[in-house]
Design a binder for this molecule. Structure first.
Ligand code: URA
Length: 244
């Protein structure tokens, strides 16, 4: 194993010397409420909110879009947020990272992935040679759900046009969906994250390849899964190397 790769794995917290005897299929799986999972798999494309027109969002440029998100009252989350969390990074990035929704740290600071999960996300990106500032990072929801509960279908649907426009503006070579909520909603799938990761998808309605992987917050709780995340990240690396 090359020294550089060993270093990357170390940054991700993967112990390269430790043998893992347990096959992936034998590892304990997280319980999944399937009904809730498919309910939360709301559609981003072609599912515009019924009471709020999204026609303008689809043509907005960055500044207007960001102001629209800051002032957004399309769903009830606006009344509990400190601020909306728009997204951050390189607007011409090859890689777009999509997470679930702001947590407490993000709600306070106004930037996605700034807490402990964000630190790990930064390390994951570094592991494939990318600095945080080189990618674009956004979430399915722009506002924090109270107590970090799962996003509701209606919230995802109303917020969806913002992310859809961000994707259209960035035009990334690849999308990395981190976690079940991001993967299911982007892919319009009710499948569990363990089934969605490990293969290349296409973002519906586009030609953009999408890789799903575990959420860094989950990896903090289940570090044994970092090896699989590393495999996913290598797929991402190959995609953006191919296309840039
Ligand atoms: N988790 C997410 O999915 N997004 C964030 O911005 C922070 C934590």
């Amino acid at each position: 194993m090359a020294e550089l790769q060993r270093q990357y794995l170390k940054e991700m917290g993967i112990d390269v010397w430790q043998r893992r005897e347990l096959a992936a299929a034998e590892l304990p799986q997280q319980p999944v409420a399937v009904a809730q999972a498919s309910e939360s798999a709301a559609i981003i494309a072609n599912s515009e909110p019924s009471i709020a027109s999204t026609a303008d969002v689809s043509t907005m440029e960055w500044g207007t879009l960001q102001r629209a998100v800051s002032a957004c009252e399309r769903c009830s989350l606006h009344s509990t947020r400190t601020q909306a969390v728009f997204g951050i990074g390189n607007q011409q990035a090859s890689l777009l990272v999509v997470g679930e929704a702001p947590g407490g740290d993000e709600d306070r600071q106004g930037e996605p992935f700034v807490g402990r999960a964000g630190q790990l996300l930064n390390e994951m990106l570094r592991a494939i040679g990318l600095k945080r500032g080189e990618v674009y990072i956004a979430n399915i929801l722009k506002c924090r759900p109270p107590n970090n509960r799962d996003p509701k279908v209606d919230e995802v649907s109303r917020c969806g046009p913002y992310l859809k426009r961000q994707i259209a503006l960035v035009q990334p070579a690849a999308v990395l969906a981190v976690g079940r909520i991001a993967a299911q909603n982007l892919l319009k799938s009710g499948e569990r994250i363990g089934a969605l990761r490990g293969r290349e998808h296409q973002l519906p309605g586009t030609k953009i390849p999408l890789i799903a992987t575990y959420h860094p917050a989950y990896l903090l709780r289940s570090p044994i899964e970092k090896r699989k995340a590393w495999q996913d990240l290598q797929q991402v690396r190959a995609l953006i190397t191919d296309k840039t």
